[in-house]
Design a protein around this ligand. Structure first.
Ligand SMILES: [Zn+2]
Length: 326
């Protein structure tokens, strides 16, 4: 069993993809983050970043002779979080087994909503015609996903240090959004994309993210953009935060590191580098997520690798923090 807890960014952009020579450093794909822990592959959102991830997973599966098994969690169903799924290579492979979870008012709602995205004439292949075995389920706020028999199940784990996923429903985005917390062996990562900060910070989210090792938080707009200055139209109420809001939340939640995420597609590398520097002066553990970059949770401060070629399932030593392991 792989003894690492890794988080890798495959798509860090909000709204729409931005390829081109001014976005090479931070990347142009829309939201997709891969988490590997306890031998499981968990994918947060299916923006266009899931397309290159799918190619890598398919190649690995071909080499190992075992079909891809992955759990995909949707924060919500806006385009930039789903548009990569119809091009996710493992979804077309009969040996692949995909577990899809996300919002929906009834148990079948998620499947219906995802099906609608791929209905002709919008796309030629329906969800049903994608060959992988798919289990699609809507989640309630009280649900817990655990993996004790090697597959994701809606059940509280018997071992508190077992790999598990909890969620919080936030209303700080039009239509609502699910915020996920993935925990394993005393470490945790919180994925809080598409959420707008409040004056005085979002106390519920701060409590949910308390002491996380890594908080991935929406930071789409600069202060000037958010307020409608410097030629921008104001974006207050759009359901996205500024880096300062993300830093306030990170400080209130006392997290170790903060990944600014869901970068505005209008921002080039120089703009993002400036926002990143300013944020790290407000919250020491802040950095702007870059496509291909990975974080490995480990002893003490989180080692942050320099941007690498995407390579999921980085191998390294994993040492549980003694105080958290019972
Ligand atoms: Zn989004």
């Amino acid at each position: 069993m792989q003894e690492t807890f890794n988080i890798q960014f495959w798509g860090v952009r909000g709204s729409y993809p931005t390829p081109g020579n001014t976005t090479v450093l931070y990347g142009g794909n829309t939201a997709c983050v891969q988490v590997t822990a306890d031998g499981q592959t968990i994918i947060l959102d299916a923006g266009t970043g899931i397309i290159p991830l799918g190619r890598v997973l398919a190649r690995q599966a071909q080499k190992s002779g075992r079909g891809v098994q992955a759990t995909i969690l949707f924060s919500h169903l806006h385009h930039d979080h789903t548009q990569g799924f119809p091009f996710f290579a493992p979804a077309y492979h009969p040996a692949a087994r995909l577990h899809l979870f996300g919002p929906g008012a009834s148990q079948q709602a998620l499947e219906e909503l995802l099906s609608r995205n791929q209905m002709p004439p919008a796309f030629p292949v329906s969800l049903r015609d994608m060959n992988a075995a798919k289990e699609i389920q809507s989640l309630n706020e009280t649900d817990v996903i655990s993996f004790e028999d090697g597959l994701p199940r809606l059940a509280k784990p018997t071992d508190p240090n077992a790999l598990q996923i909890r969620l919080m429903k936030s209303y700080a985005h039009p239509g609502g959004v699910y915020i996920y917390k993935i925990s394993w062996r005393g470490y945790s990562v919180v994925y809080a994309t598409d959420t707008e900060g409040y004056i005085g910070t979002d106390r519920r989210l701060a409590a949910f993210a308390k002491n996380a090792d890594l908080l991935i938080h929406d930071a789409q707009y600069s202060e000037a953009h958010y307020r409608g200055l410097e030629g921008w139209s104001a974006t207050q109420g759009f359901g996205h935060s500024t880096p300062q809001m993300a830093c306030e939340l990170a400080a209130a939640a006392q997290v170790e590191r903060l990944a600014l995420f869901h970068h505005d597609p209008n921002y080039d590398d120089a703009t993002l580098a400036k926002l990143e520097t300013e944020a790290s002066q407000t919250f020491a553990g802040a950095f702007a997520a870059k496509e291909g970059e990975y974080v490995q949770l480990g002893e003490g401060r989180l080692p942050l690798a320099t941007p690498t070629k995407p390579q999921p399932g980085m191998v390294g030593a994993f040492s549980p923090r003694k105080k958290d392991v019972q």
